[in-house]
Design a protein around this ligand. Structure first.
Ligand SMILES: Nc1ncnc2[nH]cnc12
Ligand SMILES: [Zn+2]
Length: 340
């Protein structure tokens, strides 16, 4: 194992951009299909993996919504989340901020409470048994109408104390942040943190809208910011963190060549960049795989790996005391490394 790999594995990390439904591994898809009597169009795990050959975001989303149809009971959502936490623990992930897509389940007749109860039960257990702290972010599907988003906010209203933030995901092109300005205003009035996928496939203007109209606290992806110097300056001035996902960008042909990923350039330009896995079961890697892939492709240093891990806690929706605790752990790993 290289020194850099040893370091990446040892670093405590926060994962800030993870769709829990995107951690559904083919093995579990088969198991749940059997348990729930759902028929899959695939005959084997290998066939599923072979289907994960995407040309763009929509290609992926079509399979992502299809795959999650096996998730039906509270136990399913618990099992899915518990499996992710077990895998994240192997990568020394100490804090997670998880997205979930209730609309994609409710339209199949699964209750909002079933989803939330199962995900939350696993997160609470993960915190107690593995020491992985968490925040939970409910995402709005942007390809659906504004009315549907308001309906989701109504259903979620009695449970808002169990949620930390609101996000915006799904098909970006043709669905700019402005479509959800009023929904985000309502979420803000409820005291929720706000994040949005912006500038993944979409242009810099979508990132501007997320900043100015949605008034987000953090940007998911944000790749397009690298194309607009004024936008970059604004992101820095506001101290906003970008939750970037290099293997996702590669698999969805946002930056098919990892060498072209803007992550290192943005970090070196002083932007608070973080590394995340997005939908690890679909994109061929969990968080350490993402760190190691960009370290190699973008010729990043040990200090930069440490900086990315620090940013993950600094950009998290944690208290200052919690951040301090995690940052001290990174300092410790850094000191160990400097003596070796
Ligand atoms: N990378 C991604 N972009 C937009 N929506 C998503 N939903 C799950 N993964 C996503
Ligand atoms: Zn995402």
């Amino acid at each position: 194992m290289s020194q850099l790999e040893t370091l990446v594995r040892a670093l405590p990390k926060a994962e800030l951009h993870l769709h829990i439904e995107g951690s559904l591994e083919p093995d579990m898809m088969f198991e749940l299909a059997k348990r729930n009597g759902v028929s899959l169009t695939y005959a084997s795990v290998d066939e599923i993996r072979a289907a994960y050959d995407f040309s763009n975001l929509q290609d992926f989303l079509d399979l992502y919504y299809q795959g999650m149809a096996v998730l039906q009971t509270e136990q399913d959502f618990y099992d899915l989340t518990a499996a992710y936490l077990a895998r994240a623990a192997e990568d020394n992930v100490r804090h997670v901020e998880i997205f979930f897509d209730p609309q994609a389940h409710m339209e199949r007749g699964v209750d909002f409470e079933t989803v939330l109860d199962g995900v939350e039960r696993a997160l609470k257990e993960g915190e107690a048994s593995r020491g992985i702290s968490y925040r939970l972010i409910m995402c709005i599907l942007r390809h659906l109408p504004e009315d549907d988003a308001f309906a989701l906010m109504d259903v979620a209203d009695p449970h808002l104390h169990r949620l930390d933030g609101i996000g915006l995901d799904s098909s970006e092109l043709g669905h700019p942040p402005s479509k959800f300005e009023r929904v985000f205003a309502r979420a803000r009035s409820k005291g929720l943190k706000l994040v949005a996928h912006a500038g993944e496939e979409g242009p810099p203007s979508y990132v501007w809208e997320a900043l100015d109209l949605l008034q987000i606290d953090r940007i998911d992806h944000g790749n397009a910011a690298a194309k607009d110097a004024a936008l970059l300056a604004e992101i820095k001035a506001r101290g906003l963190t970008l939750t970037m996902c290099p293997l996702s960008n590669q698999r969805l042909c946002v930056t098919p060549d990892l060498n072209d990923n803007p992550l290192a350039g943005l970090l070196r330009a002083g932007v608070s960049v973080t590394v995340n896995s997005d939908d690890p079961s679909y994109f061929g890697g969990y968080i350490n795989d993402n760190y190691l892939a960009i370290a190699e492709a973008l010729d990043m240093s040990a200090d930069e790996m440490i900086g990315l891990a620090r940013n993950s806690f600094l950009g998290a929706f944690l208290s200052d005391a919690e951040k301090k605790k995690y940052l001290a752990e990174i300092d410790y790993v850094e000191r160990l490394g400097s003596h070796s």
